[in-house]
Design a protein around this ligand. Sequence first.
Ligand code: PMP
Ligand code: GLN
Length: 382
Amino acid sequence: MITSKLPNVGTTIFSVMSQLAADTGAINLSQGFPDFDGPDALREALCRRIMDGFNQYAPSAGLPALRQQVAAKIERSYGRQVNADTEVTITPGATHAIFCAIQAVVRTGDEVIVFDPCYDSYEPSVELAGGRCVHVQLKDGEFSIDWKQLGAALSPKTRMIVINTPHNPSGALITREELDRLAALIRDRDIYLVSDEVYEHLVFDGVKHVSVLAHEELYERAFVISSFGKTYHVTGWKTGYLIAPPALTAEMRKVHQFVAFCGVTPLQWALADFMAACPEHVEELPAFYQAKRDFFCDRLQTSRFTFTRAAGTYFQLVDYSQIRPDLNDVEMSLWMTREHGVASIPPSVFYQSPLPGQRLIRLCFAKREETLRLAAEKLCAI
Ligand code: PMP
Ligand code: GLN
């Protein structure tokens, strides 16, 4: 009998809910992915690159052309000049980048602080490195850092803190003041930071994303991670990148070269081609997704769900206390999928200790208007 190295891990909620949506014919607002395609020019570039013979291994760190495009975008967005050779690594997805960053620095017995609700890949990655996650709950309702709890969680064993902004599942954003406070808190300690910023371009209401890339002090100890999947509507391309100072990048690349060696070559060419041809794509994204958020939320206004519009990401949390307070969120998600034809994600799966009274579900609005209209009609009828 094999003894599992990850005894607490089962099939992720994303696979479970997407499968249930497919089996029941429900509208799938669970797993986060668009039901529309990436830009034509991007997909055409991929076809062209494949047919033109760009089908062998890429350099392990990623195609120089794509790393340069990423560096140029970072300078435009955050004013930081990163070195495309020594600070930018292209990875097969953000999940892979997170895994490699954690393996690169976390050792047996180390502690890693994560904020609940937290993305499901962090903890297994820490455990496989021999570390242990210390869970700090974000403040109920507003999903901001609870500084007292964070201070209490720090220990001589703390090796890393993982932050996620814009935050999945709440859409909450970390502010510049919070980054300053975090920097002060860990200033004299040997602690690294993973900043998961995969939704960096999905920030609404005129607010600007505050990236760790724009924070001099924190960047010195940070791995900043993003995903082309979110930014270019191609989650199935599983391509992301990691930015870190040269010494951290070198360590992360040692892991990356033996987990994957490199990302998929023609995808990297297509992304480089598209970023060069359409640098304005990222500037248009906030308005594009804000319109979807508002289209959806406007139609939910007459429902019995209550909510505060998401500040970022393509997820909307809604409170169902007025509908089925008797159900916990897993039961609610299953019931809504089976009985009302809309699949969602129960946020309790992002917690080590779910909050017993919390009555929230997460709905993905990265969908065509027809999908959102139909889903909202069904939700209003509950
Ligand atoms: N981090 C967060 C917070 C996410 O929501 C996702 C979405 N899948 C990822 C990381 C992983 O991104 P990728 O699909 O590029 O691995
Ligand atoms: N990040 C996506 C979400 O939160 C799912 C990614 C996955 O399926 N692993 O819905």
